[in-house]
Design a protein around this ligand. Structure first.
Ligand code: ARG
Length: 565
């Protein structure tokens, strides 16, 4: 709780006899600063006091003895509204930001606790798809949010590198891979082999059997099968890593599905021993009918394990290895049922931490027609998307600011930033409709706009040219636009907490848009650099604080904050 809210809670405690936490929970921020800085809704007491909220408000008003930093209290309908001392407020917040710098927004509420985040997690031998991009961006945003709150975070890429499809791929590779398959293969070639396999298997059903045999060999550790599979994996990881590097996305572990091959046996045995399984159509299942779900498949009739089996084993392994407080799976909403099944299975196994596993789902990313070049089979290749974003920003810079230093770096930071922001500014369960003009617009609610605002602030500070200081006259930071801006800046730590609770990085991107518009309102109303030295010093402190908050926010989203652009 901030210092101002605390003062209000304490004076309300005296007159209501309610516990502090409860009062704090009721306190609201009025929609208009003219109504007050904080408000206490009196209907929260009307049940116990059996009086109308408006009467309670006037009674509380006559009883309450406000202390600094509260300057005034007013009753307005069912609300008791508090006005705080604006100069003290501006001083408190700007000093805090100035002192904490890159750490403003950080806290220690997560100290000693671990959060596991499973994100991106693409299937190997296929191109990284657009939904893996969304997962990667939301996942790493959530990761950064929790890290800011002091949690130890473990980012896991649960690669889809196991399953019968690798038997199919081995068959296809051996039959049609060609001479140079070992040296020059790319993910596209592997993808083509899949397609070829399915075409051929329609004519020759025997191929499916061969594929199953090869997957069995792979599961049993056969040297040739392992070697080919490793080859496919190396090719894929090389391509994935290139994209993760472009995006600046980091993982702490690449423990994919194959990693659990040796653990699933034990997991399945324990599920069996608990009497949770039965055989259905020759497959081993957990019956989930009592929970209104289709069965969870553990083993197919040929004994091969499944996606869900490996997810159950993975969850147990991660609990044992990291002893997480919470585990977050950032995966598209089409897998809702899968995770409900897996979490239910864990619960039935007696794991009391099953409800600490959370599926953070998200909507699709759609492309406005005709705006995105697609290579093959109508898929948008992520690499093309990223390269195009950088290319388009490069052109814009060339027009707007041809003499800019480090053009290449800035084009990269802004181009990639635009893609990140476009993904993270939409609420995660909504679809993102991707439209180049909207995403790259320097004046819309975009990444480039926020970065550009940051660069403008840096430019004002360069023009000022002297060190920023906090020994200013805070009485000068009292105009309405100024206080509104300070208020927005003061909310940053709270926004981060809210983003963590809702697993919603979009709260941070939307917050940054609010910071930028409040900054613009302040800037249009008040001259920052003027002949009045004291006033200039005061406003410069606020400019610097705003720059800092934007930078910290962008960094949480995984974006750079260039100082010139
Ligand atoms: N490989 C899966 C896919 O591409 C996503 C895996 C998500 N993570 C998990 N632990 N199941 O759809």
């Amino acid at each position: 709780m901030d210092y101002f809210k605390k003062a209000i809670v304490l004076s309300l405690k005296e007159v209501t006899n309610l516990p502090e936490d409860e009062i704090a929970g009721f306190i609201e921020i009025p929609p208009d600063i003219k109504m007050g800085d904080y408000a206490f809704p009196c209907y929260s007491l009307s049940k116990t006091l059996k009086k109308s909220p408006a009467i309670i408000a006037t009674e509380l008003l006559s009883a309450i003895r406000p202390v600094a930093p509260v300057r005034e209290v007013k009753a307005l309908g069912p609300y008791l509204n508090f006005f705080i001392d604006k100069a003290i407020f501006s001083e408190n917040i700007s000093k805090k930001i100035f002192e904490e710098k890159d750490r403003y927004g950080c806290s220690a509420i997560g100290a000693g606790k671990t959060i596991v985040v499973d994100y991106s997690s693409p299937n190997i031998a296929k191109h990284l798809a657009v939904h893996h991009l969304r997962s990667a961006l939301i996942g790493s945003g959530v990761y950064n949010v929790y890290k800011t709150l002091g949690y130890k975070c473990v980012g896991i890429n649960h690669l889809g590198d196991w399953g019968t499809q690798f038997g199919q791929l081995i068959v296809a590779y051996k039959k049609w891979g060609g001479e140079n398959a070992h040296t020059s293969y790319t993910v596209t070639d592997l993808n083509d082999l899949y397609v070829k396999f399915h075409q051929e298997a329609e004519k020759n059903p025997g191929l499916e059997g061969e594929a199953r045999e090869w997957f069995k060999k792979l599961e049993a550790g056969d040297a040739e099968a392992r070697e080919l599979w490793q080859h496919f994996k190396d090719i894929s990881l090389k391509e994935f890593q290139k994209i993760y590097d472009m995006l600046g996305i980091h993982f702490d572990a690449f423990t994919g599905e194959s990693f659990y091959n040796t653990l699933v046996e034990d997991t399945v045995n324990r599920i069996k021993e608990k009497g949770l399984t039965r055989i259905s159509e020759e497959a081993l299942i957990i019956d989930l009918e009592p929970y209104n779900m289709p069965p969870c498949l553990l083993r197919k009739k040929d004994d091969a394990t499944l996606y869900a089996t490996r997810d159950i084993a993975a969850a147990e392994y991660r609990k044992k290895t990291y002893n997480f407080e919470r585990m977050i799976y950032v995966v598209g909403s089409e897998q809702k049922l899968h995770f409900r099944q897996v979490f239910k299975a864990l619960e039935l196994m007696g794991h009391d931490w099953a409800n600490h596993c959370i599926h953070v789902d998200f909507g699709l990313m759609k492309f406005k027609e005709g705006k995105m070049s697609t290579r093959k089979g109508n898929v948008v290749l992520l690499e093309d998307l990223l390269v195009e974003a950088v290319e388009r920003i490069r052109k814009i810079i060339e027009e707007k600011n041809p003499s800019l230093e480090n053009k290449e770096t800035v084009a990269h930071e802004v181009g990639i930033g635009a893609i990140i922001f476009a993904n993270l500014s939409t609420k995660r369960n909504k679809d993102v409709v991707f439209d180049w003009d909207a995403v790259l617009n320097f004046e819309g609610e975009t990444g480039p706009y926020v970065q550009y605002t940051h660069a403008r602030l840096c430019s004002i500070l360069r023009k000022y040219g002297k060190p920023v200081a906090t020994d200013i006259q805070y009485e000068l930071l009292k105009e309405e636009e100024t206080v509104i801006l300070v208020k927005i800046l003061s909310q940053f730590p709270l926004i981060i907490r809210k983003a963590s609770e809702a697993y919603e990085p979009s709260l941070i991107s939307n917050y940054l848009i609010d910071v930028c518009s409040s900054l613009n309102r302040f800037y249009n109303a008040h001259r920052v650099l003027s002949d009045d030295e004291e006033l200039t010093r005061a406003r410069i402190l606020l400019v610097d604080a705003t720059r800092q908050v934007i930078k910290n926010g962008l960094n949480i989203l995984g974006m750079h904050a260039p100082e010139r652009m």
